[in-house]
Write a protein that binds this ligand. Structure first.
Ligand code: 13P
Ligand code: SF4
Length: 370
C-alpha cells in the first residue's frame, strides 16, 4: 500500500477560499499468478452473487476488462448512472469513487450497492461540504442550483439539477433559454467553460479536480509544436489555458469516441491516464500521448492519475463480495431529495438525445463493450 497526501481547494459560504488536505491509500498492483488468480476469483464471486460490475474508465485495466467480460459496463459517470439503474441485477459493484456509488444507490434504493473501497473520494466532493454549500444556496435563493455529479448526496439534496460533463452544456443552455440565473458548484474550471460557451449568468463555487488542475497550458503548447498533426483532447475540468488549445473538449466518453472515430494518428490527451486502457483496446494503431502536468519537478502531485480511482483493486472487489463490506447507504430524506435533481437530468437526456454529446444511443454496446 502507498499512502499519498493531497491539497485541494474549497470555499466557505461567504466565498472565501482555502486549501485543505486529503489522503489516498493506493494498493500495490498484482502481478503474475496472483493477478490471474484474483481475476478468476472476482469473476466467480460476481456470478455467485448475481452481481454486475459498473466501472469508470479511470480504474485499473483489470477491473475494466472484468466488467466487460462479465456483462457489466465501463463508462463515464452519466452512463454508469443509467446502466446501474436499468440493469436487472440486485447487486451493483461500482468501481469508481464514492459519489458514483451514492448516485447508483439514490437511483436504485432496493439494490445492494458495493464498492471495492469506500474511502475512494474526489477532491470536488471534498471541496464542497454540504453545510457550507447549503448556506451559500440560502444566500442566493433566486438562482437555480446546478451541481456536478462529483458531489455528495447531501449536496445533491440541495440542488435543482445534477449534470455530468456529457450533458452540462446542454442543460445550462436550456436553463439560460428559460431566463434562469445559475448557482454552480463545485468545479470552477468546468463552470467557467460552460459560462463561456453558453453566456449564462453563473455564480461559482471554487473547487477543482486535483488531477485535471495540474495540466499546464504552456507545456502543452510546446508539446503540440513537437506533434503538429496531433489532435488535442481535453476534459473540461482542466484549466482555461489547456482547454484553449483543445481540438475536442468533452467527457471521457467524448474523448474515447474522438480517438476511435478520428482521422488523426496521434492524440494528446488531457485527462486521467486510466482512459488510455480503453483507448488502446479500441484504437490499437493510434499513438496516445499524455498531456503534460509539468512532472515531478514542478507542483504536480497527481501526474494524470486519480489517487482515489487508483484505490479500486481486484482484491478490494473480492473482499467486498466475500464479506459484504463496502456497502453504500444513503439515508432519508437525503436520498429522496437528491433523487429529484438526478432524475431531472436523466429525463432531460432521454428527451434530448441529440443535445447530449456524444450521442448515447447504443453507445455502451459499441464503445463500452468488447
Ligand atoms: P466523466 O463524467 O467525464 O466520466 O468524468 C468524471 C470524472 O470524475 C472526471 O474526472
Ligand atoms: Fe474527482 Fe478528479 Fe478523481 Fe475525477 S479525476 S474522481 S474529478 S479527483
Amino acid at each position: 500500500m502507498t499512502q499519498v497526501f493531497f491539497d485541494y481547494t474549497r470555499q466557505d459560504a461567504q466565498g472565501v477560499s482555502c486549501t485543505a488536505n486529503a489522503w489516498a491509500t493506493v494498493p500495490e498492483p498484482l502481478t503474475g499468478e496472483k493477478r490471474l488468480g484474483a481475476k478468476a476469483r472476482a469473476k466467480a464471486l460476481l456470478e455467485q452473487h448475481d452481481a454486475v460490475l459498473v466501472a469508470h474508465y479511470y480504474v485499473d485495466g483489470d477491473l475494466q476488462d472484468l466488467a466487460l467480460e462479465t456483462g457489466g459496463c465501463v463508462a463515464d459517470s452519466l452512463e454508469m448512472a443509467r446502466f446501474g439503474r436499468e440493469h436487472a441485477s440486485q447487486t451493483l459493484v461500482v468501481a469508481g469513487v464514492k459519489f458514483m456509488g451514492e448516485t447508483a444507490k439514490i437511483l436504485s434504493p432496493q439494490k445492494r450497492v458495493l464498492m471495492p473501497d469506500l474511502d475512494a473520494t474526489c477532491s470536488l466532493d471534498l471541496g464542497c461540504p454540504a453545510d457550507e454549500f447549503s448556506a451559500f444556496c440560502d444566500a442566493h435563493p433566486t438562482r437555480s442550483v446546478v451541481v456536478y455529479a462529483n458531489t455528495s448526496a447531501a449536496v445533491k439534496a440541495r440542488a435543482d439539477w445534477m449534470v455530468t460533463s456529457s450533458c452540462a452544456l446542454s442543460i445550462v443552455s436550456h436553463l439560460k433559454e428559460q431566463g434562469q440565473q445559475i448557482l454552480w458548484a463545485p468545479d470552477r474550471h468546468l463552470g467557467r467553460y460552460i459560462e463561456q460557451q453558453t453566456g449564462a449568468d453563473m455564480l461559482m463555487w471554487n473547487a477543482a479536480c486535483i488531477v485535471h488542475d495540474e495540466f499546464k497550458g504552456l507545456e502543452l503548447e510546446l508539446l503540440k509544436r513537437q506533434h503538429p498533426q496531433a489532435q488535442v483532447l481535453v476534459h473540461p475540468e482542466s484549466p482555461e489555458s489547456v482547454v484553449a488549445l483543445a481540438d475536442v473538449v468533452g467527457s471521457t466518453t467524448t474523448m474515447l469516441k474522438a480517438v476511435v472515430e478520428g482521422r488523426a494518428n496521434t492524440y494528446i490527451v488531457a485527462t486521467d491516464n486510466g482512459l488510455f486502457h480503453r483507448m488502446r483496446q479500441l484504437a490499437p494503431g493510434k499513438t496516445l500521448i499524455e498531456a503534460p502536468t509539468a512532472g515531478n519537478a514542478a507542483t504536480c502531485k497527481s501526474c494524470a492519475h486519480c489517487p482515489w480511482m487508483a484505490m479500486n483493486s481486484l482484491l478490494g472487489l473480492i473482499t467486498c463480495l466475500e464479506q459484504g463490506g463496502g456497502e453504500i447507504f444513503v439515508g432519508e430524506p437525503t436520498r429522496t431529495r437528491a433523487l429529484v435533481c438526478i432524475e431531472r437530468m436523466l429525463d432531460f437526456v432521454a428527451r434530448n438525445p441529440s443535445r447530449v454529446a456524444p450521442s448515447t444511443q447504443g453507445f455502451v454496446p459499441s464503445i463500452g463493450a468488447v
